[in-house]
Write a protein that binds this ligand. Structure first.
Ligand SMILES: Nc1ncnc2c1ncn2[C@@H]1O[C@H](COP(=O)(O)OP(=O)(O)OP(=O)(O)O)[C@@H](O)[C@H]1O
Length: 509
């Protein structure tokens, strides 16, 4: 990494790094934010640099959504959980480098992991072969074992939390406040029944998720495709290699007491590997898991990072706590604009120069009741209503903005609450839509940003149809304008959607 001047550093950034959005902070704690990596149910993940870091300065900073964090007791729980994670063995699990649970918007910083998420990898390349599958299963067992030895359970393990890197799989994340109530909608394929019923994170629930992920990695499908079906008797176990099937089946037991411990999972996985490789410890030094990875983990290529010059500005003081959000010279201006709640902003462009802020929207991004009745229909996609959230067709309901909705969108509106401000035009009338790879999707600020921010006055990003389908699987009802291929009206059968534009208010800061 070269340092051309005190105020500029060269950073290798992730490919397709999305620009910061209006309203994003320019810095968080000591970190200067340079783009958006993605977003999930609990927060937005930014690529950031630590100006004081001499080596590779790239980190991932997750800024948490505010709505579950209003109670002091929740913040105390968050602090305790992040503190416990910090000391975890980082060979597989990725623990936070640092965090601030007392900040106005609590955040945590993690090492940047240059991997490919398991769900995307399987979607693109198909199920993992037997050797690589066993290596994945062993590494995840080791990651969970490291967490459990610190008396922390992950609580929200899903394929998107597993990054496949050249050196082996890495395990991200853990359940954060607010996530429990979303699990039934966002992650029921991967979540133990007792946790879906409101139980706390536990090692036994993590073992269930381990089994569900193993099935997915082996077959390309989750172990259950219908909510409420028993994972342990699912026919999809048939695609799991025979050596792993018994331990995977036990892991998916309904009753947590019937599940193996993580130690048993690891033991059985290593035994499965020995049975296929025909040998125990070989010339490779290290733990059994290291040996499995060394033999079986080949051919995963990480996305190339791209060089970018990042200008750090003059204010390089370390800031913390509640003052952190607007510090840092990469922020040109951060000004709330009345009504629409947009903020002028300055993101760093590829050459490191601050970009001009986009013009504030002259009107609210939230359409008024009248506006919502003009133009394309506004509909609600509710993940809870989807029979097949993976393959569709996707059920939707025509909605209109409720009279009770707050006049200004700048108020704190959590995603769940936001959709309640829209009422069905006809409560009985549900229809089905087909979303394809060709469907144009404009997703609002809350979602995982795609390659391009669209200056349409609504703070939307361009995404692919598949991204939108994934987005729905987070479990949050989505309110969106839709345009159909058959613009003339609703015939029989699902209608093909040509464009989806999510409507979402500017998040409160
Ligand atoms: N340390 C990291 N290095 C690289 N990418 C990361 C890192 N942490 C998260 N990401 C990526 O950022 C995106 C958003 O992550 P996030 O954890 O918010 O997603 P999620 O697991 O779907 O959400 P949640 O944890 O809120 O349920 C994902 O694509 C994830 O792979």
């Amino acid at each position: 990494m070269s340092r051309p001047s005190e105020r500029e550093i060269s950073v290798l950034v992730p490919p397709h790094l999305a620009r910061l959005a209006p309203g994003d902070p320019g810095s968080v704690g000591p970190y200067v934010l340079i783009g958006r990596i993605g977003a999930g149910a609990t927060g937005t993940v930014f690529a950031a640099v630590d100006p004081a870091e001499g080596g590779d300065p790239l980190v991932a900073v997750k800024v948490l959504h505010p709505w579950p964090l209003e109670e002091q007791s929740t913040l105390a729980y968050l602090h305790a959980r992040l503190a416990a994670l910090q000391g975890t063995d980082g060979r597989v699990y990725v623990p936070p480098i640092t965090f601030d649970a007392a900040a106005e918007r609590p955040w945590l910083a993690l090492p940047y992991i240059p991997g490919v998420a398991l769900d995307g990898f399987v979607r693109e390349h198909g199920p993992l072969g037997r050797g690589r599958l066993i290596a994945l299963a062993a590494a995840l067992g080791e990651g969970l074992s490291a967490l459990h030895s610190k008396e922390v359970a992950h609580g929200d393990l899903k394929p998107g939390d597993v990054l496949l890197c050249a050196s082996g799989p890495r395990l991200l994340d853990c359940a954060l406040p607010g996530e429990g109530e979303l699990l039934g909608r966002t992650a029921w394929h991967w979540t133990a029944p007792e946790r879906l019923a409101g139980g706390e994170p536990s090692p036994a629930a993590d073992v269930f998720s381990w089994g569900a992920i193993a099935v997915f990695a082996a077959t390309g499908r989750p172990p259950v495709e219908e909510e409420g079906a028993s994972a342990a008797t699912s026919p999809w176990l048939e695609g799991v290699p025979g050596e792993l099937r018994p331990i995977v089946r036990r892991s998916l037991s309904e009753d947590p007491r019937d599940r193996p411990t993580v130690r048993e999972v690891l033991g059985s996985t290593i035994a499965a590997w020995e049975s296929i490789s025909g040998s125990g410890a070989g010339p490779v030094q290290g733990t059994a898991v290291t040996q499995v990875l060394a033999r079986e983990w080949r051919g995963i290529s990480e996305p190339d990072r791209l060089p970018r010059l990042v200008r750090l500005g003059t204010d390089r003081r370390r800031t913390s706590g509640r003052a952190a959000l607007v510090a840092g010279a990469s922020v040109v201006a951060l000004a709330l604009v009345g009504g629409g709640g947009y903020a002028a902003y300055g993101a760093l462009s590829g050459d490191g120069a601050p970009q001009a802020a986009p013009s504030p929207s002259p009107s609210s991004p939230v359409p008024s009741a009248d506006e919502s009745r003009q133009g394309p229909p506004v509909v609600r996609f509710d993940p809870a209503e989807q029979e097949n959230p993976v393959e569709g067709p996707w059920v939707y309901t025509r909605v209109e903005r409720a009279e009770s909705a707050p006049a200004t969108p700048a108020a704190t509106i959590a995603p769940a609450t936001w959709s309640e401000h829209w009422t069905p035009v006809d409560a009985e009338a549900r229809a089905e839509a087909v979303i394809t790879a060709e469907t144009e999707v404009r997703c609002a600020q809350f979602c995982v940003p795609g390659p391009g921010y669209i200056e349409d006055g609504r703070g939307t990003y361009e995404m692919a149809g598949q991204d939108f389908i994934d987005y729905l699987s987070w479990g949050k009802p989505v309110i969106a304008e839709v345009e159909f291929a058959d613009s003339e009206g609703e015939g029989d059968g699902p209608r093909e959607v040509t464009r989806i534009t999510e409507l979402y208010p500017t998040p409160a800061r």
